[in-house]
Design a binder for this molecule. Sequence first.
Ligand code: PLP
Length: 390
Amino acid sequence: MAYLDNAATTRTSAAAIDAMRRVMEGEAFANPASQHAAGDAALRALEGARREVAACLHARPSEVEFVSCGSEANNQALLTGAAYGAREGRRHIVASAIEHASVLRMLDWLASADGPFGGGFDVTLVRPNEKGVVSVEAVKEALREDTCLVSLMYANNEVGSVQPVRDACRMCRKRGILFHTDAVQAAGHLPIDFTRDGFDLLSVSAHKFHGPRGTGALLCSHRVAPTSLVLGGAQERGHRAGTANVAGAAGMAMALREASDALEANKTQVERLREQFAARVSQIDGVHVLGPADASLRLPGIVALTVDGVDHEPALVLLDEAGVCVSAGSACAAGAVETSHVLSAMGASPEVARTYLRVSIDASENSEQDIDTAASALAKVAARLRGGAR
Ligand code: PLP
């Protein structure tokens, strides 16, 4: 099987599994809030993981809050920004039109009449250019006197475009506007410096860099008081209730350390595989690679394609039959593939968006053989579907 859906999730690394097993089987299995030696051991493991995650992302340990996933981190970041806005009497939020659903759905809730903090927040969604990049100028134009929060993802999950988050953040900070970046696809793949770049809020998710699913972190600057999303006990310094997932945190810390140490080597390897794939698919009629051509403006691992005249739903089935796992955007509740809001925002027609496929490559998962298998399978599938047969 050629697994080329690493942007959806990655295989958990052996070292991350070992780190989790050590917690679950060893001394640190207990509740870190418990007032006994076993609890102390769990607390030490949890705080060690927090220090490691902070070090990898260049944040202070006290700025790292463990959460259950990237979606939760995004939800809480937006809630925190909205709470700040409500306190300041500023109820306008700016985000890009290509954010993940966990940002966009939360914005819908904040905008609705029965949303949190009185609801009725005004939301402006900024469109990207045809390559999937949002400009700082476009964000600037969207800002108003009453803007409290800007949420701009570090890198997009469907086309891999990297956004100008550093400059956008600097501009927002000067105006007293909180800045959140969803770095779920970037963490472990691009260097992130939370302190130097002055982010207020940043979301990560362990399963995108070979950590376990169901573990993430919200980085919240010491300048900002996070608003709780999960209410109950006083875990995570009172900002997130729920008995801590110590094993998950340990697995995440290990995976992030491995990814951070291998960042440059992995990038070089993935770029090489990407070039190989791009060269092969350029020989197939009607295949277009989307996103920025400039390597500094894209995640190396995500190759977004449209294939003229080839509907992605049957293509996914046939590729799967050929042992190739790729994706075509998010699956809706009924299991069908939804038309990508990212491609729509980039100006693609619904007909073109229906031919979108995402191939996501990973340094430790994939080989030249996988690339070869995927490119050959895609050529056959395109020919077969264009011929009308399935
Ligand atoms: N943000 C982005 C950009 C993502 O790609 C994803 C997952 O695909 C998420 C947020 C949500 O992360 P999680 O699956 O951990 O909730």
